[in-house]
Design a protein around this ligand. Structure first.
Ligand SMILES: Cc1cc2nc3c(=O)[nH]c(=O)nc-3n(C[C@H](O)[C@H](O)[C@H](O)COP(=O)(O)O)c2cc1C
Length: 434
């Protein structure tokens, strides 16, 4: 059961509606994806629909193979993008992504406090430990997941200390006395830890309002523990209701064990939407998006996650748990666990396995249907306690983005699941963070 009255609702600004064959459509406007106008238009419409926030995931590496067939892997810096959107919106939250594995904490603290100042309290930080990109940052290998999270814990502690090191109340702005800031209140943090050594204070004052909410993505054992200690919300891949209920209950339990309240942590699964005016139209959109794509990347990713070479098997092979080696080092424990879970539960034929969201869509819950189908599924998961909110990930076409904003969101408002008017001007306020 979920006792909250309303959902938290975010919209992903990763250009997912242009992935697969989506960008090849005449109406895709793919030429504009490095301009701020492209996103400002969507942001304004999302604000008109009263969404809590826009969400921009990020990666700091480029796969040359992948970029040949899709624009989705090249992207402008997410925090600069959010800053440009801030100037054209006034209410909607702006959640950007920064990696604790690659970035220095002083830079991240400064970027996000800057975004928070520029947007008047609307910044959110999606804390990621990253899946790849180590060679761009002088690391010969990706550190193992548990090590990345240990570093992430210290990293977030340093960032929070930096944010408090130059508090809003330190700004005296006394023109007559000639005192701009109160010396006693701007205090170095003198942090000496296992991973970081940072003196501080930060050179951006804290926004005079509620704090910056933290999001997290990654659901291995150490990822969950990190989230339960640190995050306000989790961006998650939960392909079915049971996965959502299990993850939400576990995060709530862990939050309490860390001395927090269970409601301090909000589970917000990504929901991949292929919407049409009819179910047939939605199915056709999905089919057209996937048609003719080279299956090689799908096979490579799934084979790596499972530790077996799926390409050697016939499509009619039933994939069973005894075919899998013991879990090894993988780029994402979360995605490997979800794929293994699917095989344990269903023992699918290879041909069917290769069409499932765990393989095709980063394990996000998928709705291929009408707006009413999406409303029904969202309500069902909300009532089952499988989520506290959603991050909408429109797929297939700009038309799907339009349906999401102009029809799905108003329907969620009509159902009482999404606000009709903003009652706050900050992201923390929208999310109900005190
Ligand atoms: C749903 C989801 C979204 C993620 N988004 C990002 C992202 O935008 N950028 C990034 O660098 N890593 C991202 N990650 C990777 C995580 O931050 C993390 O490094 C990875 O999942 C390994 O953690 P795990 O062992 O808990 O799975 C994401 C992971 C998940 C599960």
């Amino acid at each position: 059961m979920n006792n909250n009255r309303q959902l938290c609702v975010g919209l992903s600004l990763a250009v997912t509606w242009l992935t697969g064959n989506g960008w090849r459509r005449n109406d895709s406007d793919v030429e504009s994806i490095y301009s701020s106008e492209f996103y400002v238009d969507i942001a304004r419409r999302a604000e008109a629909a009263k969404l809590d926030f826009l969400f921009r995931p990020d990666a700091m590496w480029l796969s040359r193979q992948a970029v040949v067939e899709s624009p989705a892997f090249s992207s402008v810096d997410p925090t600069l993008l959010m800053a440009s959107i801030a100037a054209h919106t006034s209410r909607i939250g702006l959640v950007s992504t920064a990696s604790t594995t690659f970035m220095p904490p002083y830079v991240v603290a400064r970027q996000f406090q800057s975004l928070n100042q520029l947007s008047r309290g609307r910044a959110g930080w999606n804390v990621v430990t990253s899946l790849a990109g180590n060679l761009n940052f002088g690391l010969s290998e990706m550190p193992p997941s548990a090590q990345r999270y240990a570093q992430a814990l210290e990293f977030t502690e340093v960032v929070r200390k930096l944010w408090r090191s130059y508090p809003a109340e330190a700004l005296r702005i006394d023109r007559e006395a000639g005192v701009y800031a109160d010396f006693d209140k701007v205090v170095p943090i003198d942090h000496q830890g296992e991973h970081f050594s940072v003196q501080g204070p930060l050179n951006v004052p804290e926004w005079d309002g509620p704090r910056i909410p933290l999001f997290q993505a990654g659901a291995s054992d150490s990822g969950r523990d990190f989230a339960a200690r640190t995050a306000d919300a989790i961006f998650a891949a939960t392909p079915d209701i049971a996965a959502g209920v299990e993850l939400r209950n576990d995060l709530r339990r862990r939050a309490v064990a860390h001395g927090r309240s269970a409601d301090d942590i909000r589970l917000m699964p990504g929901v991949s939407l292929y919407l049409g005016n009819t179910r047939e139209e939605a199915q056709e959109l999905y089919r057209a998006t996937q048609e003719g794509l080279d299956p090689e990347r799908k096979f490579a990713r799934a084979s790596e996650l499972l530790g077996i070479n799926l390409r050697e098997l016939s499509p009619d092979t039933r994939i069973t748990p005894d075919m899998l080696p013991p879990p090894g080092k993988v780029f994402s424990q979360t995605h490997a666990n979800l794929l293994r879970r699917l095989i344990e539960r269903e023992q699918p034929l290879l041909r069917d396995l290769m069409t499932r969201p765990e393989v095709v869509g980063s394990a996000y819950w998928q709705v291929i249907g009408t707006v009413e189908d999406a409303v029904r599924e969202i309500r069902e998961r909300f009532e089952a306690g499988a989520l506290d909110g959603i991050i909408a990930i429109p797929g297939g076409s700009p038309g799907c983005m339009d349906l999401t904003l102009s029809q799905l969101m108003p329907r969620l408002s009509e159902e009482g699941l999404l606000r009709r008017e903003y009652s706050s001007t900050t992201l923390a306020g929208h999310l109900g963070i005190g």
